[in-house]
Design a protein around this ligand. Structure first.
Ligand code: TRP
Length: 370
């Protein structure tokens, strides 16, 4: 039975709706409980675009969570999504430095290449080949309804939609399915891609069948939404390199201090934790809380009428102290690019093994073994 294409498209378009979000949150909590009991049933896959250095928004929003999952014993695949770099810009930019910088960030924060496979799109041919059969399983109408793609197109100003931007969610399905990952820790902007991934997996099963009659070739991958609080940039809006409001993981203590000095606060000297009415101040208090493990309300109360200056002094100390060991490790790693490349090559080799095995099954299901 072939499912009606329109329904899938509608589901995809609404995958960031409140109701759908609530369901995903509930499900994420159940998955966390299962992981605590037995992590062996899960394979995590996620990744980042190498478009710039990773920052504190990445760290507290997702990177720390990956390390936690790895350390909980969940098998983890981390993708350096280099082909996604060219979805919304011309050319790859200083890609080599950026990939090495990202590897240094990953290892410095505690991702362990002995347990976690770190690899790049461009080095895993089997992953990319899956895009061909997968593209045949989606319609252009469905692709055009993807809310994240729409938002990304708008963000690029008057650039026309490229074929790659339109289809990259299907490429992302290949990222997830080439290693048969069933758990994808992501932010909510990525939920449409997860929905698309499930649709692709289901339709592949319907159209081509199985190698092992007991189970589909591809699993139904689920999102794992973290309950991490979102760290905003130093101006109280989304932390983003293009806005110049970021603290990078690898920045030195002095640069960090200078940037925090320029952070936006308000004229009320009494420090409170009120994310709705005082987002900039609350965000700085949150940063202290994340770095020290303290309760944000208690931190604000203790600051009392210390004013923006007192708050910024505390934020600077907390951030610099928390990141000092990570930054020291990062500096050592960055000084040894040969080692970083070795890590990536080892990860690429492992990803190729896994991807080749999946592609062999796909060829068999499609009757293309010659
Ligand atoms: N699209 C993700 C981002 O922009 C990066 C990414 C690429 C990804 N492939 C993935 C995330 C697969 C999760 C799973 O951040």
């Amino acid at each position: 039975m072939t499912e009606p294409l329109l329904d899938a498209g509608e589901q995809l378009a609404s995958s960031t709706s409140e109701a759908s979000l609530r369901r995903t949150e509930v499900r994420s909590a159940q998955i966390e409980a299962q992981i605590a009991k037995d992590p062996s049933g899960f394979r995590v896959m996620t990744g980042d675009r190498p478009t710039g250095n990773l920052h504190l928004g990445h760290y507290f929003g997702s990177l720390a969570n990956r390390v936690r999952l790895q350390d909980a014993g969940v098998e983890t695949f981390i993708l350096v999504a280099d082909y996604q770099v060219i979805t919304d810009r011309d050319g790859t930019g200083p890609i080599h430095e950026r990939v090495l910088g990202m590897l240094a960030d990953y290892l410095a924060i505690g991702l362990d290449p002995a347990r976690t496979t770190i690899y790049a799109h461009s080095a895993v041919p089997a992953l990319n080949q899956l895009l061909l059969p997968f593209l045949s399983l989606v319609t252009d109408a469905e692709l055009r309804r993807n809310p994240t793609v729409k938002a990304e197109l708008e963000a690029t100003g008057d650039r026309p939609m490229s074929g790659l931007l339109l289809t990259y969610p299907v490429h992302q399905a290949a990222d997830i399915l080439f290693c048969k990952a069933n758990l994808v820790p992501v932010g909510k902007d990525q939920l449409p891609h997860l929905e698309q991934t499930r649709v692709v997996a289901r339709r592949f099963d319907e159209r081509y069948g199985r190698v092992d009659p007991a189970r589909p070739i591809f699993p139904q991958a689920e999102a794992l939404l973290s309950n991490a609080s979102t760290v905003l940039g130093l101006d109280g809006t989304k932390m983003s390199k293009s806005k110049g409001n970021v603290i990078e993981i690898g920045m030195d203590a002095d640069t960090t201090a200078k940037l925090i000095k320029k952070a936006v606060t308000d004229s009320d000297r009494n420090i409170t934790f009120d994310p709705v009415n005082r987002p900039e101040v609350a965000n700085l208090v949150l940063l202290v809380s994340l770095c020290t493990g303290g309760d944000p309300v208690a931190i604000a109360a203790e600051l009392g009428d210390a004013g923006g200056g007192g708050l910024k002094k505390l934020v600077t100390e907390a951030v610099n102290e928390f990141f000092a060991p990570i930054r020291a490790r990062r500096a050592e790693l960055a000084a040894d690019p040969g080692y970083l490349i070795d890590v990536l090559r080892t990860g690429n080799a492992r990803a190729n093994e896994v991807g080749d095995a999946t592609l062999a099954e796909v060829r068999q299901a499609m009757n293309m073994v010659y």
